[in-house]
Design a binder for this molecule. Sequence first.
Ligand SMILES: [Zn+2]
Ligand SMILES: [Zn+2]
Length: 184
Amino acid sequence: MRQIEPPVDDGITYCLRHPNTETNLRCGRCDDLICPRCMVTSPVGARCPDCARIGRPAILDTSSSELTRAVVSGFAAAIAGAIALSIVVKILFAMPFIGIVYWIVAAGGMAVMGYLVGEAIRYGSGKKIDKRLKYVAAGCVFIGWLATFILLPVFGLPSSFIATSPGIVGLIIAYYIASSRVRL
Ligand SMILES: [Zn+2]
Ligand SMILES: [Zn+2]
């Protein structure tokens, strides 16, 4: 972009934006001299602040309102999932519970919750690619699991239903499914 070079007496070059800072770093896109104070590290190398702004795809920029929407959507999906799972368990608890059914309901139910939480976060964030969404997914899945743990006794059921092996395995599966829905 800019072709004007800073003074280059005695071979020492200075940052274009910080004329007192000696540097020999250049922006990989426009070749401007940059220094550690103003350079932006991108996946394709060092960039000056201007090029970093131009080169950055909008999909990588999650605004704080999008992040808030992602958290709220994920939380709502987790609570809705916990209520739905508790109701399903309540209905099925009337029947004789044999091992495999227990696994399908607890682990499968958590897996479905993980999918819903992941999708809610993905759409809530405007389908952004952001590492932070992975932590949102982890937090919301855990909230969903915890809400189920708290809700089951409200429905007159033992919370151990979700707190033994099938429920714990379900929690892990839910986490992997949720974080696979949000792209990193
Ligand atoms: Zn540049
Ligand atoms: Zn600089």
